[in-house]
Write a protein of this length. Structure first.
Length: 577
């Protein structure tokens, strides 16, 4: 907390001084004070993901917006997070909830205006919170001016060269140019009506892939980066960072891979070495700006070592650790992923990140309430009415313990909105309400991601659970969300919200994000480690385990019935004596 307030002060000083005639020298002085903290922020921050359409709705149309976010900044400040990441809010037909951008420089009127975004930024900064925004470089919307121009231009034209158009196979080009599947189901190609040409879209038909071999595309994105950096954003979350470059020739996948390969992490469209040149050039742009502006890679790659390429010293500062997110509830598995994540990031001098939920995956309390994680650990594989249902109480208990493990680890941690409430997935949403293109393109064969994107509950007894002023919500909320509403949790000392507040306060006070992890031995089902002056224990087994005699408990995820026992699915932070 103290660190955040300190940052806010230096920021205000920097702004005030920059207005004076002493701009040059005063600015340098202010910069010198912020540098140390700024270096830290890229390494140890707790970054809260806001999915704007589901966070808070200011105007009552059922879709969240900027004014909703602004009104909740005091809530986020009190929670104690260091930074916010906003999922896309740009002009978009919303075919993939905004990850289909029609204009990278305009705030979609559905979310508000550029002025409102600037207000959000200013008010977040004044509270000492950084703000990073989403950058979607792999594809645009089909309603982007460039794609519209491409459709109106002939094959071989410069307009088409910004995307990946190819002649179809077969006598009249009636077959797609290759057999690549879309991640969202069906083919990755759509035909231009009345033509032999098709265009590539690794995701939805309304998300044509850009051609990153074209210098014009590169130049445009550098301008987009500068546009938002000039407005003062602190960085970017880079969408599909592993997809921009495709292997030359666009060869067919081996036939047997077919649809099975759709979500695969390897193949001629993923993790090509050529992407790194792009991130090196972006890093140069970011480094021209004062303060530390960061990039975080959304890159689903394998083997794990390949992820470190994205966070080499001249590329991005962070990459999401999805291996951690996909780990099953098992002490050995968690120990392994923690060790390997830290060892690998250390090879390039980058911080490790820790992620347990986001807008693409089943929320942690629901995931860990399942008997078997199965495919539900993978993005997009939601839980629906026909799926085996999770044990809600067990999942919540585990998620609370997991928060105490995750936020005690050195490095940077991401919190997905609602995670601090212990919010479960909507696991019984009927197909008629689902909007995820993944669900729609596979005709429901894949449940998709709507269940983790449901509007947040703020007030237990209000229409839309206080999401907006009226009763509209773009996705239905389950009745159980009343129990998780912010106002219900505010006053309850042992609520998940209050647990998160304490965790974040202690994390800051004990500088856990900057610390070192030292394992201790505590048996097969219990992870135990020291970080600074804290000892952390989590019991992932089914039986209670022993706690060291005379332990001074600072925090526990569940009440402890006996001072020397750590119940199953429970974590504690002890003061080391
Ligand atoms: C990853 C994003 O997180 C996801 O929501 C989106 O559908 C795809 N990238 C395509 O942009």
């Amino acid at each position: 907390m103290f660190r955040r307030k300190f940052l806010a002060t230096t920021l205000a000083t920097a702004v005030a001084l920059s207005l004076s005639s002493l701009y040059g020298s005063a600015y340098a002085a202010a910069d010198a004070t912020t540098v140390q903290s700024d270096e830290n922020w890229a390494r140890n921050s707790v970054i809260y993901q806001i999915y704007p359409r589901s966070f808070a709705d200011g105007d009552g149309n059922g879709i969240g917006d900027m004014s909703g976010v602004i009104s909740r900044l005091p809530y986020l400040d009190k929670l104690g997070v260091d930074a916010l990441w906003l999922s896309p809010f740009y002009k978009s037909p919303q075919a993939d909830a905004g990850y289909d951008v029609a204009d990278y420089r305009v705030v979609d009127p559905m979310f508000g205006s550029t002025e409102e975004f600037e207000r959000l930024l200013k008010e977040a900064h004044a509270r000492g919170m950084k703000v990073i925004v989403d950058l979607v470089p792999n594809h645009t919307s089909d309603e982007h001016a460039w794609f519209q121009a491409a459709l109106k231009s002939p094959p071989g034209s410069p307009e088409r060269a910004r995307y990946i158009f190819r002649d179809g196979r077969g006598e009249n080009g009636e077959l797609p140019p290759n057999n690549w599947p879309s991640v969202f189901g069906k083919a990755a190609w759509d035909r231009v009506p009345g033509e032999k040409q098709w265009y590539l879209h690794l995701f939805d038909s309304k998300q044509p892939d850009l051609n990153w071999d074209n210098p014009e595309v590169r130049a445009e994105f550098e301008k987009v980066l500068r546009f938002w950096l000039d407005r003062g954003v602190d960085g970017f979350r880079v969408d599909v960072a592993h997809g921009l470059i495709k292997e030359k020739g666009l060869a067919d996948l081996p036939i047997e891979e077919g649809r099975e390969n759709a979500g695969a992490l390897v193949g001629p469209m993923w993790d090509q070495d050529g992407v790194h040149e792009i991130y090196r050039s972006w890093r140069k742009v970011l480094d021209q700006y004062p303060g530390k502006r960061i990039m975080v890679a959304e890159a689903w790659v394998t083997p794990r070592e390949r992820l470190t390429h994205y966070i080499r010293p001249d590329e991005m500062q962070q990459a999401f650790n999805f291996d951690y997110l996909m780990t099953k509830w098992d002490a050995g598995a968690f120990k392994e992923v923690i060790d390997s994540s830290m060892a690998l990031t250390a090879t390039v001098g980058a911080p490790t990140t820790w992620v347990t939920s986001n807008h693409d995956t089943v929320r942690a309390p629901s995931r860990y309430g399942l008997k078997e994680l199965g495919k539900h650990a993978l993005p997009g594989n939601g839980i629906g009415p026909a799926t085996a249902q999770p044990d809600e109480a067990l999942g919540l208990r585990r998620a609370r313990a997991l928060a105490m493990l995750t936020l005690a680890l050195p490095g940077s941690t991401y919190i997905y909105q609602g995670e601090e409430l212990g919010l479960p997935e909507h696991t019984t949403m009927e197909g008629q309400y689902r909007q995820d293109p993944m669900f729609l393109r596979t005709k429901g064969e894949e449940v998709g991601r709507d269940g983790c994107r449901v509007p947040l509950p703020w007030k237990a007894d209000a229409p839309s659970f206080g999401f907006g002023p009226g009763d509209k919500t773009w996705l239905p909320q389950p009745a159980s969300y009343a129990r998780y509403a912010v106002d219900r949790q505010e006053g309850a000392a042992d609520s998940t919200l209050n647990l998160y507040r304490k965790i974040l306060e202690l994390r800051h006070d004990h500088k856990l994000g900057d610390g070192q992890l030292q394992w201790a031995d505590a048996g097969k089902d219990v992870l135990a480690f020291d970080n600074g002056d804290l000892r952390v224990l989590i019991n992932m087994g089914a039986q209670a385990a022993a706690l060291p005699a005379g332990s001074q408990v600072l925090l526990s995820s569940e009440p402890l019935a006996a001072p020397d026992r750590l119940p199953a699915n429970t974590a504690v932070w002890l003061k080391r004596t």
